[in-house]
Design a protein around this ligand. Structure first.
Ligand SMILES: [Fe+2]
Length: 397
């Protein structure tokens, strides 16, 4: 990272209006030069040295980015025509530094990093394994009569199946999220306790797959497990047609506002967008547009789990498999308005929630992650799928 600083003093004969115009123009720089990060500008309040009246500081990802800003025509004409005539003195420094590991660039309290797995009780474990292998592309890693672990990429598992022959349909009992470090984990645990919620132990097997963690029940009774250092394999599965990540769960809830408060105020998820009165998309520190979504519903259930594939081509190949085998497609190709992902959804209730296979799920830049303002979109199907032709086309979602 390059930090570029500029200290300066206006000439004594420059009036307030002229000073204000230059300062206002400097404030437009982050919009004009997208490579700028952490832009700031302020008056010098030092009691030790008042040689300069103001200072500005900007970060760039590389020297090349800094040079392309300094060398741009717009910057050079600004310096020549509007800067030099009013500035009496200036000092410039540019230095390279490494941001301290794990230290957030803002003081915003951090939420969980990203989704790692769902735990699902299923009536027929072998049939579910077969489905997840062929139609979702997961790899089976271990399997007993009681449980099975399947993974998408290097993370230890993305689906844990629990044998529950007494059930007729699959039921998701827990969702697991990784957390960046022990400090964030401790803070989240404190917030859970401060909210008067019970801090639960991680499931016993899960304790062996991470460094430390805890669990909490959300307002719907769904167990949320949070942990650091989730184990990873050295290599991804040697399967070409597979997901690369488990992106989010989509939770239908009868306690919409309460759930929203829990996930944003207790667990520090950030709202990315709202479909007003219907759905809120929440993001974690992995900067996916959403690592969790909440939907206002008459019932509570985990409605779907979203996996991202390597490409749209791979999404279409999985869709072809579903059509070929007659696997039920609950919602066919959708172009999501908020997250920009293109996806289809498989659903057989025996195997648990819908499985969404997508490509191009939006990932915010670090700057967008800190500054994005959640949009409030009307409950129009075109705000969920831009390929819907009309405001009354709710069709098969
Ligand atoms: Fe989704």
């Amino acid at each position: 990272m390059i930090r570029h600083t500029l200290s300066f003093r206006f000439a004594d004969d420059v009036d307030d209006a002229a000073r204000g115009a230059v300062l206002a123009e400097l404030a437009t720089f982050p919009d004009r030069y997208p490579a700028m990060q952490n832009w700031s500008l302020g008056e010098n309040v030092s009691t030790r040295d008042d040689k300069y009246t103001h200072a500005m500081s900007i970060d760039f990802g590389s020297r090349e980015e800094l040079q392309s800003y300094l060398g741009s025509d717009s910057h050079e004409s600004f310096v020549r025509e509007r800067w030099r005539p009013v500035i009496a003195a200036q000092a410039i420094t540019s230095y390279e530094y490494t941001p301290r590991g794990g230290t957030p660039m803002t003081t915003r309290p951090h939420g969980p990093f990203g989704m790692e797995y769902a735990r699902i009780e299923v009536p027929d474990m072998q049939a579910t394994i077969d489905f997840l292998q062929y139609h979702v592309g997961l790899q089976l890693e271990s399997h007993t009569d009681e449980f099975a672990y399947l993974r998408a990429d290097i993370e230890h598992h993305s689906i844990e199946l629990i044998s529950a022959p007494e059930r007729t349909d699959g039921w998701t009992t827990a969702i697991g999220f990784s957390v960046e470090n022990e400090n964030v984990l401790e803070q989240l645990q404190k917030q859970v306790a401060d909210a008067g919620l019970e801090v639960l132990d991680l499931q016993e097997r899960q304790q062996g797959f991470c460094e430390s963690g805890f669990a909490v029940r959300d307002p719907n009774g769904l167990v949320v497990e949070l942990f650091t250092e989730f184990q990873e394999y050295a290599e991804p599965p040697h399967i070409e047609l597979r997901p690369v990540d488990l992106v989010h769960p989509f939770l239908a809830t009868t306690k919409y506002q309460e759930s929203l408060d829990f996930y944003t105020k207790v667990l520090n998820f950030l709202p990315s967008d709202h479909i007003v009165g219907s759905t809120t998309f929440l993001r974690g520190e992995d900067r996916y547009h959403h690592s969790l979504a909440l939907q206002n519903n008459k019932e509570h259930y985990v409605a779907h789990l979203c996996f991202s594939m390597k490409s749209l081509d791979h999404v279409m190949r999985m869709r072809a498999r579903a059509l070929y085998k007659g696997a039920p497609i609950a919602s066919d190709i959708v172009n999501h308005s908020a997250s920009t992902s293109i996806a289809f959804y498989l659903h057989d209730p025996k195997f648990g929630p819908r499985y969404e296979l997508c490509d191009r799920h939006r990932v915010f830049t670090p700057e967008e992650h800190e500054t994005h303002r959640a949009r409030r979109m009307p409950a129009d199907p075109r705000n969920i799928d831009v390929w819907r032709p009309a405001p009354d086309d709710w069709g098969r979602f």
